[in-house]
Write a protein that binds this ligand. Structure first.
Ligand code: DAH
Length: 339
């Protein structure tokens, strides 16, 4: 015979045990399992109610009410604990994923332009800012473009096997960027302003000469172009590239494709500013009328100036590099200095 007091005790025990168990549970998953143990269909509270049939009709509602109270209390305790667990879980995640924004960032390696490209781009930019076009030409040339159209006589020493690389088909690896002048004039009409950077080849090798090196050619053609334009342009280049107080000297020289021709030197000075020597940096001159004739320009209407510079030479002087081979070895210790 089941007494109503026994049922009451069972319910009260379930309430106390349940609340205690919920409080001692540390994971939401286990907590849910505990909830089922007490409040599920086969849980302890329902089990008690199954014994209800043994009670008198007056007793049943009393127990029913108590069972509801216990179920509510357990549900509240469950919700309460669940909320606690969730908030401490998210707190935990916050501390675990915490980022110390005062720590230094992760360092990524940065690349850099090769000193030759950097020098080339710098010079290109200077001329681009003055409205020059940037042109290119082939590295394998015919004798005509590399020599003949540039007014080299047939017996000129530059055509010698010693200086020039010849291909089996009788072409040459261009020995300078000047043939780009010819290609450019064949496809453009004056007025024109252009520079042409690129690789050139000569059978020559020591600490200041490499069998492959790079040049920038320049050409301006218009009516009334004078030596003053040439001088002003090249002084602008040198003052911008090296330093505004670099001293220049235009020294008479000879090139078959210019007349008159000059070489430009920059002064080497000691600590008190006295000129102690000169370094040749480029060749230039007024375009020889014979060159205009080769491309079909009228030398009576147009004049022009041209120049050619070695990019290695400019870079060596600017960055104090003594050995030209350093440019081609790709030694990371050298290249890193240009980052
Ligand atoms: N082509 C010459 C060389 O390779 C450089 C040069 C000199 C180019 C005078 C020119 C010039 O356009 O006018 O040494």
């Amino acid at each position: 015979m089941i007494e109503i007091s026994d049922i009451r005790t069972q319910l009260e025990t379930a309430r106390q045990k349940g609340i205690l168990e919920f409080e001692q549970t540390d994971s939401p998953q286990t907590l849910y399992e505990k909830r089922t143990k007490y409040l599920g269909k086969k849980g302890e509270v329902k089990a008690v109610l199954r014994g209800l049939g043994a009670l008198s009709p007056e007793e049943r509602p009393q127990i029913g009410q108590l069972a509801n109270e216990v179920a509510d209390a357990l549900e509240a305790a469950y919700q309460n604990r669940l909320a606690q667990l969730k908030s401490s879980e998210s707190e935990l995640r916050l501390t675990k994923d915490e980022v110390d924004i005062t720590l230094p960032g992760t360092w990524t390696r940065r690349g850099a332009y090769h000193p030759l490209m950097r020098t080339q781009y710098e010079i290109e930019e200077l001329f681009y800012s003055m409205g020059y076009d940037i042109a290119e030409g082939p590295e394998i040339e015919s004798d005509y473009y590399n020599f003949e159209a540039l007014n080299f006589p047939p017996d000129h020493p530059a055509r010698d096997m010693q200086d020039t690389f010849f291909t089996k088909s009788g072409h040459v690896l261009r020995t300078h960027t000047s043939p780009v002048q010819i290609h450019y004039m064949e496809t453009h009409k004056p007025p024109l302003r252009m520079i042409a950077p690129g690789r050139v080849y000569r059978c020559d090798s020591d600490i200041t000469h490499s069998p492959m090196f790079t040049q920038i050619e320049g050409l301006v053609v218009d009516k009334n172009i004078t030596f003053c334009d040439l001088k002003g342009t090249l002084e602008f280049l040198i003052h911008k590239f090296f330093s505004p107080d670099t001293i220049t000297r235009f020294r008479p020289s000879y090139f078959p494709f210019t007349e008159p021709s000059a070489e430009v030197d920059i002064a080497v000075t000691d600590s008190s500013g006295h000129v102690t020597g000169w370094l040749e940096v480029l060749g230039c001159g007024m375009v020889n009328p014979a060159v205009f004739e080769a491309v079909g320009y009228d030398p009576e209407r147009f004049t022009g100036f041209a120049f050619g510079l070695g990019i290695e030479r400019f870079a060596m002087l600017k960055y104090g590099i003594r050995d030209i081979r350093l440019f081609y070895e790709n030694d990371i210790r050298m290249l890193k200095q240009f980052r």
